[in-house]
Design a protein around this ligand. Structure first.
Ligand SMILES: Nc1nc2c(ncn2[C@@H]2O[C@H](COP(=O)(O)OP(=O)(O)OP(=O)(O)O)[C@@H](O)[C@H]2O)c(=O)[nH]1
Ligand SMILES: [Mg+2]
Length: 608
């Protein structure tokens, strides 16, 4: 039980934590603040064994030997009544002259869970104040004499024993711990007043208690060994884990017996090798058995290397398509064509790499920031990358308004006015028309939006085949823009796709007001047979067309230049092809202004 005595007597008061403080010190009588124990420098001892002696004159004002902590010394301050013992009233937070010292504070200050067994008798006698090792208290291994003490610390102990679950289970392994070591530790003066740990655990957790009490030998010393001195543990103390791995106790021997003679080590190694070779042999045998069952021949030797080939992603919606040549053939036929086209594609690729673009094209690509670029390049050039299609804006401009469009015709509002799925539903050709043709997903609809800077007027999608009819848009009173359905690969039935193609061909062949067809080619993939088909058609019907390379932002600038060179070479003999070849990116806005200028000329020279 905590012992309290009145402060007048200058007696000591023992808190719930059982800190012992004795008598009046001279210093406190003088109203001198108890100096911090750090300052006293007297009897600074280990925190585990604090001792304060009554009437000690060893240090000025409130003698205190032992604890060297700041927080403790504050409590030792005299309150001007000549008794430094009052300081300890605050320990449990129950006394009136102590303010702001609650349970929490008590807990905090206890630091060691309040386990400080009271050792000694009544006042006037020398009393020892012994603090438990916080590590031990945490562990719940320290056992004080006082029952109440136990109940106070129950929470702490239980909490700590929660995370000690593993530890407790591990203790089982230590049942066979070296008894000599136990002896050595139990002899330690720190644990002289403690009872057996087995008992201590009885009130904490019965299930764990079992694990602990079963051992019978488990004492504070053991836990101390485990917690604080695990590094010093002998090999024999370590748990021996035996794994059933076909090696018997080989592993445990290896791990547990370090001093095994060399012969034993060799023997162990041999055994390990033997087991692994058995495994290999078994696996081969197993293979043979399987082969026999399946009736296939056994092939031995090193495994064949897998041939590396180009994988074709069936869900790739880019313009890498094989559909141009094989659309209405059987599945097998398509497969053959695929492999053929892969082979030819490879050689075409090599040819493409061999192209060395002219310096004029290269400089054009460079000047217009065409090709794949880093954002920093745009920033350096003064473009605001926060805006859509930043390169279509003026450098250092933050206003994306359409009024900034330098070509007046394209400042007009883009308005949808007709859609046709068959030629008979084409609207009357009142205005000069500029049509955008090309394979599905090449970026026709996106380009229309980019040219007019009216995002969303024309619907776009990354899924090929969104535009399924010929859509007519008015761009002011003078010009009509026509978005054609794409041809080639699209998520649509074959017959539907054929119908689109026929519709496009019909439009290109027969449309009176058609002044220019912008034939869009994906810069990455170049011209495909269906593009050439349409070119032939337009050549035959003398429809003017202009090649526009799209999505230039997806390839390197050098490849943009190469593609331009390649296409120009192909178009040399074409009469209806209008020069120059245009290169754009609806995403970055590169080349859009140039295209506007070119197309505005179409509208200008058209008689009304
Ligand atoms: N990176 C990049 N993507 C683009 C560009 N132009 C279009 N795209 C993307 O390509 C996809 C297809 O664009 P669309 O404009 O719908 O293509 P389309 O030719 O109209 O397709 P269909 O209507 O199916 O014939 C969309 O996801 C666009 O965002 C471009 O210049 N650069
Ligand atoms: Mg479209």
């Amino acid at each position: 039980m905590p012992v309290r005595r009145s402060s007048n007597e200058g007696s000591f008061k023992v808190s719930r934590k059982l800190r012992v403080r004795t008598g009046n010190s001279k210093g406190s009588e003088d109203g001198v603040r108890t100096p911090r124990s750090r300052d006293t420098g007297v009897g600074r001892g280990h925190r585990k064994a604090r001792v304060a002696t009554e009437g000690s004159e060893g240090s000025s004002g409130g003698v205190r030997t032992g604890e060297g902590k700041k927080i403790e010394s504050r409590r030792l301050q005299s309150r001007g009544n000549g008794s430094d013992a009052v300081a300890y009233h605050s320990e449990d937070g129950r006394l009136s002259d102590v303010r702001g010292r609650g349970k929490r504070d008590w807990k905090t200050r206890s630091g060691n869970g309040g386990l400080e067994p009271f050792v000694g008798g009544k006042s006037g006698l020398k009393r020892k104040r012994i603090s438990a090792d916080p590590r031990l208290v945490e562990q719940g291994t320290f056992n004080g004499n006082d029952r109440k003490l136990k109940s106070q610390t129950k929470t702490n102990v239980l909490n700590s024993s929660m995370d000690n679950g593993k530890r407790l289970s591990r203790w089982k392994d230590y049942e066979s711990a070296d008894s000599s070591r136990n002896q050595r530790v139990t002899k330690s003066p720190k644990f002289s007043g403690s009872e057996s740990l087995g008992r201590d655990y009885e009130f904490k957790d019965s299930s764990r208690n079992k694990a602990v009490t079963e051992s019978g030998k488990l004492r504070g010393s053991e836990s101390l060994d485990k917690r604080g001195q695990s590094g010093k543990m002998g090999r024999a103390d370590k748990p021996k884990y035996v794994r059933d791995n076909g090696l018997g106790n080989v592993k445990s021997k290896i791990s547990g017996d370090r001093k095994a003679p060399l012969d034993t080590q060799k023997e162990l190694n041999q055994r390990i090798n033997a087991v692994s070779s058995v495994d290999k042999r078994y696996s081969r045998k197993d293979q043979r058995m399987k082969a026999l069952i399946n009736g296939s021949s056994i092939t031995e030797g090193p495994p064949k290397k897998k041939k590396r080939g180009i994988r074709i992603d069936p869900y790739d919606t880019s313009n890498k398509r094989l559909d141009d040549s094989a659309s209405d053939k059987g599945t097998n036929q398509v497969k053959i064509d695929e492999t053929e086209s892969i082979g030819s594609e490879m050689s075409k690729n090599a040819q493409f790499r061999a192209i060395s673009p002219s310096s004029s094209i290269l400089s054009f690509v460079q000047d217009n920031l065409l090709g794949r670029r880093r954002e920093i390049d745009f920033k350096r050039a003064g473009y605001n990358i926060e805006l859509p299609a930043p390169l279509d804006n003026l450098p250092f401009s933050t206003t994306p308004e359409r009024e900034r469009i330098e070509v007046p015709a394209f400042r007009n509002k883009l308005e949808f006015f007709a859609a046709a799925k068959i030629s008979s539903s084409f609207p009357p050709p009142d205005l000069p028309e500029i049509a955008f043709a090309g394979r599905s997903n090449v970026g026709k609809s996106s380009l229309l939006n980019a040219l007019t800077r009216q995002w969303g007027v024309v619907r776009t999608s990354d899924k090929p085949g969104l535009t399924q009819s010929i859509n007519f848009f008015n761009l002011g009173p003078k010009l009509c823009m026509v978005d054609l359905p794409g041809y080639g690969f699209a998520y649509a039935k074959e017959e539907v796709k054929e119908a689109w193609e026929e519709l496009v061909k019909e439009y290109v062949m027969t449309r009176v007001g058609l002044k220019r067809v912008c034939l869009l080619i994906d810069t990455k993939w170049g011209m495909k047979p269906r593009d050439l088909e349409l070119i032939d058609l337009m050549e035959r019907y003398e429809t003017k067309y202009q090649i526009v390379l799209t999505k230039t932002d997806l390839v390197f600038p050098i490849d943009v230049a190469r593609r331009a060179m390649q296409i120009e070479e192909n178009l040399k003999a074409k009469k209806s092809a209008v020069q120059p070849l245009m290169m754009v990116s609806s995403k970055t806005g590169a080349g859009i202004r140039s295209l506007r200028t070119v197309l505005a000329n179409v509208a200008r020279f058209v008689p009304r």
